[in-house]
Design a protein around this ligand. Structure first.
Ligand SMILES: Nc1ncnc2c1ncn2[C@@H]1O[C@H](COP(=O)(O)OP(=O)(O)OP(=O)(O)O)[C@@H](O)[C@H]1O
Ligand SMILES: [Mg+2]
Length: 646
């Protein structure tokens, strides 16, 4: 029977388990790009950008996380976005403290009365200084943590990726985050060798920004660059190269412009960053002791962090190192899941944590003192409880045992049932704990499926948009064949966002033969005409602009009139003879006649302008006025045809 040897281990872990059941312990990945929070028993509850919005004039923090990222660019210029952990180091400590505080309170605050204060494990970049480490610890304590310990990110990533860190075998993890790439080899619970470079996803984004400027004179934001990287970026030639559009501001004309780029071009753009990452991995391998390298060769290299999602990076690293390379499951959450696993089994991972450092810092000493108090309180609760269990067991025994047999046999006999009961209780506790961890796993699975669902929904939307764009382009080709003039298709690259100016900008200009006055059509009808033209852009005045005048005809009748734009999205048709039978729903087309005496119409005959929505009858006049709804949805136009009418 193996109950006896278990006895010693059971009681403390049982009590710890009981206490732990009620404590919502927290693991935090304090990343340069994203901060993630894992709560014991609930899984990953927060995944937000590590961004703080601050008012530069007053210094006040206005928002943190996702909300801060949303605010930036939509608010007065005095509000700036701060990424307090730029380049993998804490560049602004006060802000980092506030951010940490916000996230801990967000998960603990709502239940502060129900649960004991949480234990917190924070994953930090391995480059931070001793002072910064202690500061992060202090920040967690002041945000309500019962105690806080730190773990270096690559270690947490290795644990989260499921590598056997505690075994006497070498495992290699590469965590490619936003600001840094950290390469580490772990063994026996510690990091044997590591290398950290300040190059990660952010650097790839700025590579793309520079490439756009250098190759196309195009000014592009980092956010746009990141979108492009995620959409078509790669580190190794793709089976099928794809393309997208660079959208930005032309540095020469100052106007918006879009240029098609291929995945091969993006690969060329980010090559310097990829090269540095591969180089860091190779150097770490060179420095690793030969015994451990043999293990790494058996097991393969594991990639984690958002950068691991870059297409073909695994193949690229595999080719450069001649080793097998695996992308960890759900690489963006490896570090936080690792922190979560540590919090759940502190004994197992104790060696993986950053060593506690002591100092004369008064705040720190204060904290140590209060920690001591907290511990005393804890045993103050547990000691009577343990005593109670023991006394009741003794009473039970006294009833059932023949007491008068000599004290030594009595004691041995006394101990057997106690052992058995405690072992049973221990086993039940273990079963309970494993059920809890099963629930945890299910929650994790659920969260993963939800994210996957979000991703697929987005993908679906994107594909639908592509399909619509394809249909539009196809219909435009059909239209092109029916127009009796030479015409060229064009892409709408900008529109007046307020909707007040009634203009759009096309991506073609005099270089393509566009002139002022050319008529612009969509597959649904008349759009407007070119009012201004540069070498590679042209501005179109829409029919809805109040300065636009078109001579028009109601289809199927002889009623003519003049269609004008007005403030808003509808058109007005004037001078409709009351004697003509015109009704709502009739289609209005261009008449192709002159306006007034000497003016020739700018528009050829027969183009659809819109449908009559309402007829306003004037009492004492011979003419009616009609409100016309434009046939073209001018706010959602993407492909048009420029007709060379002169
Ligand atoms: N599908 C993808 N392809 C390429 N890069 C991606 C993809 N998804 C995310 N990234 C990049 O991953 C980076 C963020 O990764 P992660 O959240 O692991 O960083 P972090 O942990 O906040 O940073 P660090 O570890 O440096 O502190 C960003 O640069 C982002 O652009
Ligand atoms: Mg990270």
């Amino acid at each position: 029977m193996n109950a006896a040897p278990r006895l010693e281990g059971v009681s403390p872990s049982l009590f710890d388990g009981l206490f732990g059941l009620f404590s919502r312990d927290i693991g935090i990945d304090l990343g340069t790009a994203n901060t993630l929070v894992h709560v014991r028993g609930r899984g990953i509850v927060i995944a937000e950008p590590s961004v703080v919005a601050k008012d530069q004039r007053t210094g006040a923090v206005l928002a943190i996380g996702a909300e801060a990222k949303r605010m930036v660019g939509r608010t007065p210029a005095s509000i700036v976005a701060i990424r307090p952990l730029k380049d993998g180091v804490i560049s602004d400590f006060d802000i980092t403290e506030q951010m940490l505080n916000y996230f801990i309170r967000k998960v603990h605050g709502e239940r502060a009365l129900l649960y004991p204060r949480p234990r917190v494990i924070v994953g930090i970049p391995s480059g931070v200084t001793e002072v910064e480490k202690r500061a992060v610890q202090d920040a967690a304590i002041s945000a309500g943590a019962r105690w806080a310990r730190l773990v270096e990110e690559p270690m947490a990533a290795a644990i989260g990726a499921g590598l056997p860190v505690n075994e006497p075998t070498g495992s290699m993890i590469v965590d490619i985050g936003g600001g840094t790439t950290e390469v580490a080899v772990t063994s026996l619970g510690g990091i044997v060798i590591s290398r950290s470079i300040r190059i990660g996803g952010d650097e790839m984004d700025s590579d793309i920004v520079q490439y756009a400027r250098r190759e196309f004179n195009l000014l592009m934001g980092e956010r746009t660059a990141e979108d492009i990287k995620i959409a078509i970026g790669s580190a190794y030639p793709l089976d099928e190269e794809v393309s997208t559009y660079f959208r930005g501001r032309d540095l020469l004309t100052g106007l918006p412009r879009s240029i098609e780029v291929t995945s091969a071009q993006i690969r060329e753009a980010i090559e310097p960053s990829i090269e540095s990452i591969v180089e860091a991995i190779k150097q770490t391998i060179e420095e690793t002791p030969p015994e451990l390298i043999a293990d790494v060769m058996d097991q393969g290299i594991y990639l984690a962090g958002g950068g691991a999602l870059l297409r073909g990076l695994d193949t690229r690293v595999a080719e450069a190192t001649q080793m097998a390379v695996h992308v960890a499951e759900d690489p963006l959450t490896c570090v936080v899941r690792g922190c979560g696993m540590i919090v759940e089994d502190l004994v197992k991972y104790e060696r993986s944590l950053v060593m506690e450092t002591y100092s004369s810092n008064s705040r720190y000493l204060l904290r140590m003192a209060s920690f001591g108090r907290a511990r005393r309180n804890q045993s103050g609760v547990l000691r009577p409880f343990a005593l109670l269990v023991l006394v009741s067991l003794l009473l039970l025994l006294a009833r059932n045992t023949d007491v008068v047999r000599g004290s030594s046999t009595f004691l041995t006999q006394l101990l057997v049932p106690v052992q058995r009961v405690l072992a049973d209780v221990g086993a039940a506790g273990d079963r309970f704990a494993s059920a809890i961890s099963q629930i945890d796993r299910l929650r994790d699975d659920n969260a993963r499926l939800l994210t996957e669902n979000d991703r697929l929904t987005l993908e679906n939307v994107r594909l639908r948009e592509q399909a619509i764009a394809g249909q539009q382009a196809e219909r435009l080709l059909t239209l092109q064949r029916t127009v009796p003039f030479e015409s060229i298709p064009a892409l709408v690259i900008a529109r007046d966002p307020t909707g007040i100016l009634h203009t759009i900008v096309l991506g073609i200009g005099t270089d393509d033969g566009v002139k002022v006055g050319h008529v612009v059509l969509s597959d649904q009808g008349l759009v407007g005409r070119v009012s201004e033209v540069g070498t590679n852009y042209s501005k179109v005045l829409l029919v809805t602009d109040s300065s636009s005048v078109v001579s028009a005809l109601v289809q199927g009748s002889r009623a003519t009139g003049i269609v004008r734009g007005q403030f808003g999205d509808s058109l007005i048709m004037d001078w409709l003879l009351q004697t003509e039978p015109v009704k709502e729903g009739d289609v209005v087309i261009t008449a192709g006649l002159g306006i007034g005496d000497e003016l020739r119409s700018l528009y050829p005959k027969g183009l659809v302008i819109g449908t009559i929505a309402q007829i306003q009858t004037a009492q004492a006049a011979a003419y009616n006025r009609a409100i016309v709804t434009p046939a073209v949805d001018l706010r959602r136009l993407e492909h048009v045809l420029v007709v060379k009418t002169n």
